[in-house]
Design a protein around this ligand. Sequence first.
Ligand code: ADP
Ligand code: ZN
Ligand code: MG
Length: 602
Amino acid sequence: METQQIDYGQRFEEFLREAKDKDGSLKYIKQVNEIIAFRKRSLVVDFSDLYQHDEKLASEIINSPLEIIPILEDRILKLVEEQDGEFTKEIKKVHLRLNNVPRLIELRKIRSSEINKVVVVEGILTKQTPLKERAYRIVLKHVSPECNEEFRWPENEEMDETIKMPSICPVCGKPGQFDIIPQKAELVDWQRVIIQERPEEVPAGQIPRQLEAVFEDDLVDSARPGDRVRFTGILMIKQDSLLRRGSRSIFDIYLKVLNVEISQKVLDEVEITEEDKKRILEIAKNPWIREAIISSIAPSIYDHWEIKEAISLALFGGVQRTMEDGTRTRGDIHVLIVGDPGTAKSQILQFAARVSPRSVYTTGKGATAAGLTAAVVREKNTGDYYLEAGALVLADGGVAVIDEIDKMRDEDRVAIHEAMEQQTVSIAKAGILAKLNARATIIAAGNPKFGRYIQERAVAENIDLPPTILSRFDLIFILIDKPGIEDQNLAGHILDMHSGKQARNFITVDDMKKYIAYARKFINPRLNDEAKQLLADFYVEMRRKSSENPSTPILITPRQLEALIRITEAYARMALREEATREDAERAINIMRIFLEKVGID
Ligand code: ADP
Ligand code: ZN
Ligand code: MG
């Protein structure tokens, strides 16, 4: 055993000394120098390099990380020490962080066979505790008049999350009582986080799976709630669950994280192949592409053209811009549907969530304690406080679909203003202070306050949402269920759908998802001069009209002008055009007019 261990350490050291970069330089020696120069505490090893260099060592790391990684970390420390002996006294440890480990396992497929092995998981970080300190070594004092000696404990290895006392004093060899000297404990920064399946990957109707993970030292705060992450780590059994004797033999598991990667690129979860790209560009050639897209939104739902158009605009979105002074304007187009029960609002919303490349579907009440924005929650078992991300944070970079938004919690009613405009969520509670990103498009639906929509009254009176929230929606549409001539057509349509007749679907959900991802990623339209002029004229006219009629329920503010710009950009984006033209602006004005007329303005 001993000789074998020396062997692996030696082989790893050889690898570090020999492995070369593409440019021929010594890849890891360079990193060792950087560790010293920049006071880093980790060395990142590309697992595929290691695998090529030494297959046996690589597979040993995967299968017995707990035994082998400390040996390898000692070798890294040795290399650092060779260059700078003072620095190693300061840090005592350099972490080995593994990259590109080809062992991706879905959170719902983690099994006991993976315990104590290196695995890779992907998901979204939903919760985190604040920074804490973990004692990995303590100093104990033998409470005994004959001995009274202090000693470090454990002597050689590190302690895990629970303190285990020695049975006998290592100094005098006798049993007894031991006191902890708290100020002499050796501490490491520590944080617990929760990783959850990505919302769009959870099978329909199922609860997302989650896994606890632990960050230590320089990994603390390396990812935040709402981030889409990939963790490489060791799957472990919680020691404290082992210690509870006589109770349960069911163990909790967690991931001791070895490396964190954050997916920065929005929408990289939708893979677009060369072939896909060809098809997307082919679809975009259709001169009626926008009509094709709109009629492909919830094709089994009859009528509601304007609502489908608004949903399409929200799915494609405008362009987010950062001004020279650093202020940002959102590109997201928020859409609200208010309507009578049974008018297919929920159906349309569910479709929107399905076709969006990145989306979170929730109701106003929220699926978790964090609701729509964020919360600080206390976990019963451990007593730990967690910062937990709500739907808008989890939907960062995508679409938050919120049904029954009128039922949202009071905390969210306050916090959603910031989320809709600044696109951040701030929270200060139980000693946790945080600002999280919430760059999400909101597509929402709400039911009328009085059960039915009363047309004689303004929108603000019909829905249980304050005007400050209503005014942050770019487009609001009202769905009224009025019996009449349409019934015959609607009945026919529903009966056709139920008898298996296919909807006249131009673009499939799969193609649409890719088309949207492609457009949002690569197409960033700009308004040409004609388009700008047209919008400016319209805005001035709207302002004049609203000042003549001060009782209008929706105020015409620069917000509407910004909305018009976004909508114009979205129309260009739907056709994969970089230039937003006069025609796009006309369409934007047209749909804005319909919205303003329906909510009672002209
Ligand atoms: P809401 O959320 O507005 O209360 P739902 O989305 O739950 O309504 O719709 C109720 C039912 O009525 C659904 O099965 C839906 O498919 C059907 N329905 C309502 N309006 C239409 C329509 N225009 N076309 C097709 N089906 C419709
Ligand atoms: Zn003793
Ligand atoms: Mg509904």
